[in-house]
Write a protein that binds this ligand. Structure first.
Ligand SMILES: Nc1ncnc2c1ncn2[C@@H]1O[C@H](COP(=O)(O)OP(=O)(O)OP(=O)(O)O)[C@@H](O)[C@H]1O
Ligand SMILES: N[C@@H](CCO)C(=O)O
Length: 322
């Protein structure tokens, strides 16, 4: 049960009086998250999601919450933050930052078909373009600087073959990030964690992207790579499912055409996104916060994917001019 900060109905009843949401009627902890404490809440006005942020600070949060507001106002389906009567969307609860956002309808699609991947690809392209004029700039806090900080922390825990893989891949990625091709890649605010469990479908209809708390400014292609590496693979083997890959990339390309530089950067970027999640999973595995409450995600999954992305040629990023 991953609710780190308990919130009772009594706690909520007094806290919610600062919003125009009527009385609090019910609160239910959500067990599936591993980063924050999340609750479904019901008030006289409807159903919402309350998040108490466990690690993110009052300084970092305006980027995420205002980005969600910007996207929601721009017609992209994401949870819209609810402001209190003073206009504030981040408010303290039990000494931590917290916010209320609208609840998306439906369920996560954990066994996606090409139709789901096409919907996600199209909305990802719309999201990138809608976020382009967002004014707050915050780097991807799980980007290459974090990889360089985290590598020496996890390295001592690894077997020799994985030590070598991590060291060599970091050298490759540092060189790639310094390359001329990399500098030409389009960038802006990205979701950066758009896994199957962060998208809601109501039937086959995409009802929204959520969990923006790893968002940051980075290359759009990195976001595409993160998404393809989760949505378009066989989960057991990590191998690509070509039909899902094509559905997602073609749908994205139709809305925001990929560039020639992005085609060159595609394989390194698929490797980068596998590395990013291998590293964070290694970190969470070897440095757990509250071990008794959590089953950490399996780092070996992304070690396998990283090895495959190094060994096998990447699928074409696009097959027709945009
Ligand atoms: N706006 C929303 N609308 C509907 N359901 C939501 C919403 N936000 C969160 N949820 C539900 O809460 C669960 C956990 O949320 P979320 O993924 O944001 O948590 P987290 O702690 O950041 O987890 P993780 O980082 O592991 O994905 C989701 O799987 C989803 O079922
Ligand atoms: N999507 C991440 C968890 C953090 O949201 C992972 O699967 O490792």
């Amino acid at each position: 049960m991953a609710v780190f900060t308990p919130v009772s109905l009594d706690d909520l009843s007094s806290w919610i009086t600062q919003f125009d949401l009527g009385k609090a009627l019910a609160i239910k902890g959500i067990s599936s998250g591993i980063e924050n404490s999340n609750f479904f809440i019901t008030t006289e006005r409807g159903e919402y999601v309350l998040t108490v942020f466990e690690k993110l600070t009052f300084e970092q949060l305006p980027f995420y919450l205002n980005l969600m507001r910007h996207l929601a106002e721009g017609g992209v389906s994401v949870p819209a933050p609810i402001a209190n009567r003073k206009g504030s969307i981040i408010n303290e609860l039990h000494g931590k930052p917290a916010s209320i956002v609208t609840k998306l309808a439906g369920h996560c699609e954990l066994a996606p078909q090409p139709v789901h991947c096409a919907a996600v690809g199209a909305m990802l392209a719309c999201m990138h373009m809608a976020a382009e004029d967002f004014e707050i700039r915050q780097p991807n806090l799980r980007g290459i600087s974090w990889w360089n900080e985290t590598t020496p922390v996890v390295l001592p825990y690894l077997f020799d073959s994985n030590k070598q893989l991590l060291t060599e891949e970091m050298a490759f990625q540092n060189a790639f990030a310094a390359s001329d091709v990399f500098k030409e890649l389009p960038n802006g605010p990205i979701h950066a964690d758009l896994f199957r469990n962060n998208v809601m479908f109501d039937g086959d209809q995409l009802s929204g992207f959520f969990d923006f708390y790893f968002a940051g400014c980075d290359t759009w292609l990195f976001d595409v790579a993160v998404t393809v590496n989760d949505w378009c693979i066989d989960i057991e083997s990590g191998l690509f499912d070509q039909a899902r890959v094509r559905a997602m990339l073609d749908a994205y390309h139709e809305i925001r055409p990929f560039t020639a530089e992005e085609q060159i950067a595609w394989q390194p970027m698929l490797r980068a996104s596998a590395l990013r999640f291998w590293l964070s999973r290694l970190y969470d595995f070897h440095m757990p916060r509250d071990a008794e409450m959590l089953t950490p995600h399996d780092p070996a999954h992304f070690e396998r994917i990283l090895r495959l992305r190094i060994e096998q040629a990447a699928p074409a990023l696009f097959t027709t001019a945009g």
